[in-house]
Design a protein around this ligand. Structure first.
Ligand SMILES: CSC[C@H]1O[C@H](OP(=O)(O)O)[C@H](O)[C@@H]1O
Ligand SMILES: Nc1ncnc2[nH]cnc12
Length: 295
């Protein structure tokens, strides 16, 4: 946990098309073990402009893991074990709005979770905790990312609702229209439960959603294909790397814990009585919740 005077460690989770971060100094791929199982890949650790950065390719190098097969708990746990204090998540998404065309970036601030085959919490029997998700992303990170996107002249929107679907198939037309009627802005398969778990692990989390397609609701684009997505993806991925380079010095500026409160959510979340806590659970949660469990 980053305390006053201790510089942040920036974690970057790269989605489709983003499998590496170039230009890192002291770069090294490091295997980190987790009690929650196997993460998507080793962690790429290094420095960007003197700032420590840890990168994880969400689907593994070479895109070998499907959204339902991602071990989200292990991914967040290893980032926490590597000292990460804040996460920039970068994702490819479909657009549910005419005015969010391919190439547009959305700084997501809300989610609707329609996933159903995933482990969604670090907590459970033997150690029960309930964290707030009213504001699932960190507004401080959002502010810095918006400034970096403006500096780079990348078209973007600050705020938007991300519909997380299970996949791996894309939506039916009826689903796509339903999500539009719910007021969702973009659709993807990976930001949930990632954002929930980052919150439980007391990590700031920001999601940069990069539009690759119009999903299937759009009359001129009635099928989503990976082929069409990949064409836009490569350009988006290059912009995402530029965004990381522009955002990191801004994020490095923090000298105290996050002012929004992301680093302190467990102070008021754990409900299990001290004497009823399961020692095995306490052990497993030594990274995620060590700050409060060892106090
Ligand atoms: C390659 S299109 C579908 C795939 O892309 C998105 O992944 P990510 O969020 O990791 O960029 C989407 O969620 C699907 O997993
Ligand atoms: N239309 C779409 N639906 C779900 N995930 C996506 N990722 C990129 N485009 C998508």
């Amino acid at each position: 946990m980053s305390e006053a005077g201790v510089p942040p460690v920036i974690g970057v989770i790269g989605g489709s098309g983003v499998y590496d971060i170039e230009g890192l100094k002291k770069r090294e791929w490091r295997e980190v073990a987790s009690p929650f199982g196997k993460p998507s890949d080793a962690l790429l650790c290094g420095e960007l402009d003197g700032q420590r950065l840890v990168f994880l390719p969400r689907h593994g190098r070479g895109h070998v893991l499907s959204p339902s097969d991602l071990n989200f708990r292990a991914n967040i746990d290893v980032l926490k074990r590597a000292g990460v204090t804040e996460i920039l998540s970068v994702s490819a998404v479909g657009s549910l709005r005419e005015d969010l065309p391919p190439g547009h970036f959305v700084l997501v601030d809300q989610f609707l979770d329609r996933t159903f085959k995933r482990e969604t919490s670090f907590f459970g029997e033997g150690l029960v905790a309930h964290v707030s998700l009213a504001h699932p992303t960190c507004s401080r990170l959002g502010r810095h990312l918006a400034a970096a996107l403006s500096e780079l002249s990348i078209p973007h929107s600050r705020g938007g609702t991300y519909l997380a679907m299970e996949g791996p198939q894309f939506s039916t037309l009826a689903e796509s229209n339903l999500y539009r009627s719910w007021g969702c802005d973009v659709i993807g398969m990976t930001n949930m439960p990632e954002a929930k778990l980052a919150r439980e692990a007391e990590l700031c989390y920001a999601s940069v959603a990069m539009v690759t397609d119009y999903d299937c609701w759009h009359p001129d684009h009635d099928h989503v294909t990976v082929e069409a997505i990949v064409k836009v993806l490569m350009d988006n991925a290059e912009k995402a790397r530029a965004l990381v380079r522009a955002a990191v010095p801004r994020l490095a500026d923090r000298t105290a814990v996050c002012e929004v409160g992301c680093h302190r959510v467990l102070d008021t979340a754990i409900i299990t009585a001290q004497e009823k806590r399961d020692p095995a659970m306490l052990d497993k949660l030594s990274a995620v919740a060590g700050r409060v469990l060892n106090a």
